[in-house]
Design a protein around this ligand. Structure first.
Ligand code: F0G
Length: 461
């Protein structure tokens, strides 16, 4: 009989490596001061373990690098485009496939076609760039997260779900006429990388169908979501993940994807649908600002790498390792008394800084304080999702505390090994022991929009 080994190993061997950026604590203190305590201003080569994002930071496979060399760079009708189109059609079933340079380009094109003043887009949670592009079109972006999604301590299998009751109430109050689209973000990045169940996709689709509203997936992390369905939802434990993903796409009318996540590409994305009126208008926008229909802002080699990546990501040995490694980080932090959003998300761990550092006034940026401490002590970079990122201000320009203070540790795909993660856990253990010494940060200077990218801060005295 075949033995069931407990150790889940990285399902790859390493052919090409690059060195990590080792620095001393003394150097990092200087670098932090020079960067005004804003980690976006730190040079990546001065970061040891970079958990800023899982977007575009994954390791490509040997097959993808092979595709890079064979990519067809013809302006029109390149072979690589057809490989890309066929792969997406086969996976999603949508007939109209539009390549774009990244997820937000798909958003800008789509909402410039269907958005505008007086319109509402509804979602389980819009990602920041999705919301910004909806709003830039003049429309409003409304979220209906599942009840309990904001209770970070309480685990649940599908905390990324749509609150369908609230959705239907809103539609019947507002009228479907001004709601051109419902967007299901899988997995739900803004709320901890939590998955959406098939049942929830079905009931959301039922409501949308009843009111004649199309439903699209924001499918940046569709494979992680499909694997969670296999693990957690009744009736799917024996279904191949590819079939689960296909069922998810079948429930929707279209999708937009940042291929920088679950396609293992450093750049790229797509917009796909069956509605030829929308796709026709979208292609006009595409030609205006991205490029011709068969490359849309990408090189032929990028299209090739995405086509290969979309197939590789559905390998269940990979997905088992992927979901397990995020959970491993989460369990290690929990053991060291670091509160996280539970259960662990697919693409990383969200540390609840408000709960971890209750002695820091929310006006002094607890999550950013933790982010800078993590860099200072261990050279590790995460990203604040809190007051600095949400950035609402009063009339005098002072930051108003956000409802959540999270530090996201996003895990790049196939990049770090278990010992890198053990190191992150060890550094956190040390910070947890000395957390009382953290005093918070204050603003020196901050621009009005997207302040988190360029704000200058300093430690409070
Ligand atoms: N949708 C989701 C759910 C995302 O997570 C992102 C990007 C986008 C759309 C936009 O895609 O970056 O290719 O333009 N998320 C990255 C992150 C930036 O760090 O979570 P993009």
């Amino acid at each position: 009989m075949e033995h069931k080994w407990k150790t889940i190993i990285e399902p790859f061997k390493i052919k090409s490596v690059e060195p990590l950026g080792f620095t001393t604590r003394e150097e990092r203190l200087k670098l932090l001061e020079q960067a005004h305590y804003n980690l976006f201003n730190i040079r990546a080569e001065k970061v040891l373990i970079d958990l800023l994002t899982d977007s575009g930071t994954g390791a490509m496979s040997a097959a993808q690098w092979g595709g890079i060399m064979t990519g067809d760079e013809s302006y029109a009708g390149a072979r690589s485009y057809y490989n890309f189109e066929n792969e997406i059609k086969d996976l999603t079933g949508y007939r109209e496939v539009i390549p774009v340079h990244q997820g937000r380009a798909a958003e800008r094109i789509l909402f410039s076609v269907i958005g505008g003043q007086g319109k509402y887009m509804v979602s389980n949670s819009h990602f920041d760039t999705t919301r910004a592009n909806v709003e830039a079109s003049g429309a409003a972006a409304i979220d209906f997260p599942a009840s309990g999604a904001l209770d970070f301590d309480k685990p649940g299998p599908f905390k990324g779900n749509m609150n369908t009751t609230a959705l239907e109430k809103f539609i019947s109050k507002t009228g479907a006429k001004n709601i051109p689209l419902c967007i299901m973000t899988v997995t739900n990045n803004s709320l901890g990388g939590q998955p959406v169940s098939m049942e929830n996709l079905k009931s959301t689709q039922n409501i949308c169908r009843k009111y004649g509203i199309p439903m699209f997936l924001d499918c940046a992390r569709f494979a992680e979501n499909a694997y969670f369905i296999k693990l957690r939802e009744k009736g799917y434990s024996r279904t191949p993940v590819r079939e689960i993903a296909q069922e998810m796409f079948e429930l929707a009318d279209g999708a937009m994807m940042s291929a920088k996540k679950d396609a293992f590409a450093n750049m790229g994305g797509f917009l796909a649908m069956n509605n030829t009126e929308w796709s026709g208008k979208a292609r006009q926008m595409l030609i205006l600002t991205e490029g011709f229909n068969t490359y849309g802002g990408l090189a032929g080699r990028d299209l090739e790498a995405i086509a290969i990546g979309l197939r590789e990501v559905l390998d269940e040995n990979y997905l088992q390792y992927r979901i397990r490694s995020s959970a491993y980080l989460g369990e290690g932090l929990t053991r060291r008394g670091v509160p996280i959003v539970t259960p662990p998300g697919g693409h990383g761990i969200y540390v609840n800084a408000k709960k971890f550092l209750p002695h820091i006034n929310p006006r002094n940026f607890p999550a950013q304080t933790l982010a800078t401490a993590l860099y200072l002590e261990g050279g590790i970079r995460g990203v604040e999702i809190g007051t600095l990122m949400f950035g609402r201000r009063d009339a005098k320009g002072n930051f108003l505390p956000a409802s959540m203070e999270l530090l996201r540790l996003a895990v790049p795909r196939r990049v770090y090994t278990q010992s890198h993660i053990d190191y992150v856990i060890e550094v956190f253990g040390c910070i947890a022991k000395n957390k009382k010494s953290l005093k918070g940060l204050e603003i020196v200077e901050a621009p009005k929009v997207l302040a988190h990218f360029s704000a200058k801060l300093r430690p409070v005295k």
